[in-house]
Write a protein that binds this ligand. Structure first.
Ligand code: SF4
Ligand code: F3S
Length: 106
């Protein structure tokens, strides 16, 4: 499966959603997650993310391993998102900022 990681937080560009052939993204207030039970590993979303936040589960950076479980957990509670929408207002300022994990709103 593919995994959304820290740099999505407080950006939420949502370009990833439009290319997913199986609609496996779910949406929270300031983060998207991928439902690991539905992702078919097509890889299309990876290049679409302006924040470069999406990784194969095998390539998630060592300090972000907890995002694998986080995506699976949030996919059970957040609603599916199927169409691109406006990014969060300060997305470009927040893109690349470190320490965003503590900003995640569940
Ligand atoms: Fe959707 Fe493909 Fe990305 Fe999986 S890898 S989340 S199927 S676009
Ligand atoms: Fe997040 Fe990137 Fe999608 S910032 S919403 S994973 S395009």
């Amino acid at each position: 499966t593919y995994v959304v990681t820290e740099n999505c937080i407080q950006c939420k560009y949502t370009d990833c959603v439009d290319v997913c052939p199986v609609d496996c993204f779910v949406e929270g207030p300031n983060f998207l997650a991928i439902n690991p039970d539905e992702c078919i590993d097509c890889t299309l979303c990876v290049a679409e993310c302006p924040a470069e936040a999406i990784f194969s589960e095998d390539d998630v950076p060592a300090n972000q391993q907890h995002f694998i479980e986080l995506n699976a957990r949030l996919a059970k509670v957040w609603p599916t998102i199927t169409a691109r929408k406006e990014p969060l207002p300060n997305a470009d300022e927040m893109n690349g900022k470190s320490g965003k994990t503590e900003l995640l709103v569940e």
